[in-house]
Design a protein around this ligand. Structure first.
Ligand SMILES: [Zn+2]
Length: 416
């Protein structure tokens, strides 16, 4: 009798590992047609109605349970969020039920970036809650959204502030003197106000300053700031000479160029603008953002709020970089983990050479993985799954995974 009951329960249980399909969006900073890795990966999942259109721009593929651009269970076409509701205990686990409201606490994406994303920050929880109450149309959830980005190739980014000692000398330059309220005596509040004034400057002023800046020669600038003269025309090309985003990013923020496998962490209230490349991004379950530059003027109506909440936690390149670490649940050492200083998620990256295998012991929480390169086989719960570039899988808590590579295999996986 008992045995029969157990058998019946397991027969009714949803599978613990299943394939998903993601959803692409088309923001104007994305890459064209099949040059977009987001679109390429999205197109790999068989049996969906996604057709890659060469004339379209593809910016992001999302594959979480957030209502915008949601993931679906491939076999049934059902929304992942609906399927998770059918058995939260099994599919999300106790930890998620207890601490994260019974929803997937992270949101993974692939981004393909051809030009600067809006200069932005994601508000902290208290502010997000307030904004969501006041303006639920624009702030669709009450959550914070710290995020990480793992480069899949060359990745250019502006993130966090430079050390004050690198910013101040730039504002001693003739074109920028007018923005320097206290020459030689800056602290973070000075930087906050300078950022605010740059963003609030008249279009004509911004244009004048950018034109004067572009006439400087490399020898006029401190040696570590020479890149500003290379990037200014590129940003002007993308957003025109009247966009203050170019001044804030080039003068005040760290500019970094990363390679595949490098990762960054952006805390809540952290200023950032990704510039180019293909990345895996993962964030807390939220879509709240304040934009101030590299976007239409109508989207920049909260400059004071933006300036007021800015965090100065990241004040150098090293503060932004998120190094990978060995992953203690990996049996064969092919997997590293990126651990942002927050509780919602970690990101795993597995790299297997030809014929290699990797085994991961089970997690307490759920995971979502995407094959970012190569092909192979996944074994889990006595079942085998074909893995190809672009395939996305949901993995319930308590499931041991075994991956076997054919030629090569790379997997990125968000876990709790
Ligand atoms: Zn962001």
């Amino acid at each position: 009798m008992e045995i029969q009951q157990i058998h019946q329960t397991s027969a009714n249980m949803a599978p613990s590992v299943f394939q998903l399909s993601g959803t692409c969006n088309n923001y104007p900073w994305g890459k064209q047609g099949k040059a977009s890795l987001a679109a390429q990966l999205c197109a790999q999942t068989p049996g969906t109605d996604f057709k890659l259109d060469e004339s379209a721009v593809y910016s992001e593929m999302w594959f979480g349970d957030y209502p915008d651009f949601p993931a679906r269970v491939l076999s049934s076409g059902e929304l992942l969020s609906d399927v998770l509701k059918t058995d939260k205990e099994q599919l999300l686990g106790k930890k998620v039920l207890q601490y994260y409201d019974g929803q997937l606490p992270f949101l993974p994406k692939i981004l393909s970036i051809s030009k600067a994303l809006p200069l932005q920050l994601h508000p902290n929880k208290a502010l997000a809650t307030k904004l969501h109450e006041e303006d639920p149309g624009n702030f669709t959830d009450p959550n914070h959204k710290p995020e990480i980005a793992v480069a899949l190739g060359k990745f250019e980014v502006f993130a966090g502030f430079k050390p004050l000692g690198e910013i101040q000398p730039l504002f001693a330059l003739q074109p920028l003197k007018r923005f320097d309220p206290s020459p030689g005596k800056w602290d973070d509040e000075t930087l906050r106000n300078v950022t605010r004034e740059l963003m609030k400057a008249e279009f004509s002023t911004v244009k004048e300053v950018q034109t004067q800046l572009s006439h400087l020669s490399r020898s006029d600038l401190p040696s570590e700031a020479g890149y500003i003269l290379n990037l200014l025309p590129r940003l002007q090309d993308q957003y025109g000479p009247e966009d203050a985003g170019s001044l804030v990013t080039l003068l005040c923020m760290n500019y970094m160029v990363f390679q595949a496998g490098d990762a960054i962490y952006i805390p809540a209230d952290g200023i950032h603008a990704y510039l180019s490349g293909d990345i895996v991004e993962c964030m807390a379950r939220s879509n709240n953002v304040l934009n101030t530059g590299f976007c239409p003027p109508a989207d920049r109506n909260r400059i004071d709020l933006f300036a007021n909440v800015l965090t100065f936690k990241a004040h150098s390149r090293d503060d932004v970089y998120l190094p990978s670490q060995t992953y203690d649940k990996s049996k064969n050492g092919k997997t590293v983990v990126y651990k942002p200083p927050m509780s919602e998620f970690d990101m795993l990256k597995a790299d297997l050479g030809k014929g290699e295998t990797e085994e991961l012991t089970a997690n307490e929480g759920p995971g979502v993985l995407i094959v970012t390169n190569g092909e192979g086989i996944m074994k889990a719960q006595g079942e085998e799954f074909e893995m190809k570039k672009g395939y996305i899988f949901y993995v319930a808590p308590g499931v041991n995974l075994r991956w076997e590579s054919k030629q090569a295999l790379q997997i990125h996986m968000a876990v709790i």
